[in-house]
Design a binder for this molecule. Sequence first.
Ligand code: BDR
Ligand code: CA
Length: 311
Amino acid sequence: PTPILLDVDTGIDDAFALLFAVRCPDLDLRAVTCVGGNTGVDQVVANTRYVLDAAGAPDVPVGRGAAHPLLHDAPDSGAFHGVDGLGGFSRPSDRRTSPLAAIDLLRHELQSAIANGEPVTLVATGPLTTVALLLRAHPDVAAGIERIVFMGGSASRGNMTPVAEHNVLHDPEATAIVLAAARDLDIPITMYGLDVFDLPRIPLDRAGELADRLDPACQLAAALLRFRGRGEDSAGIGDAGTLCALVRPEGLTVERLPVTVDTGFGPGRGQTIVDRRPGFVGRSVTDPFSTHWTSVDVAVAVDATGYADLW
Ligand code: BDR
Ligand code: CA
């Protein structure tokens, strides 16, 4: 199985990712860290612990990460994920939170990965605040990272604004730091953005099949699918697609493209700018601002049915 570290802002589709990470035999979930995003970080921790309970996860450590973006308050993301960030389905959990803060937990796991000669994939499905802090404070951990896969950004439209996606808009500076670190520390990085995010979808009649099972993971999945798909006949697995991409990489079409992020305060704030001009190789005389670009594997198409079936 592929060893992974998962940084989440649980979040309904983060919950889909957590359930899959625990139950998919091709993944080895080593630790989960929590970041403020869809809801406040303490609620994210509570939701994450509960989802891991429902998944029947063994003692996967859960670390509390950044509560706020690095520099600037984020726009309110509203109650898209329900009052508790989990469609009203969150419940108390006896699972303990790690005494290690998220960046220390990630560092600990990555140092073990380096010592064992077995790099792990770092998957982020929330704002990149904690990942940015980790890579700035402890760049030596890069040797333990096989690849960063993040849900965020877009090569086309946004969702929070016409051009900005939620996770990136929540903390554009953190995104810029992570992109720069990936470039400077030679960490391969995949952007699983809005171009593919909403395409793998579960028909709600299949949620009915899940609800009929006694397994708490299936029951929770069914409830969350129905909440997310309210008013529609299917629900997207969203963030969970990042993990499907690890298990079935052949189902994701990526293009290696120069990416930067707009950290200004105009209408473009939070936009991931993806240079799709043929033959453009990053920083060059065609870029009058000498912007720093990172080569990113940008997801541009997905085997939506294959990923939905896999999930
Ligand atoms: C992202 O924002 C959150 O609402 C989802 O969990 C996903 O990570 C989509 O823009
Ligand atoms: Ca998320």
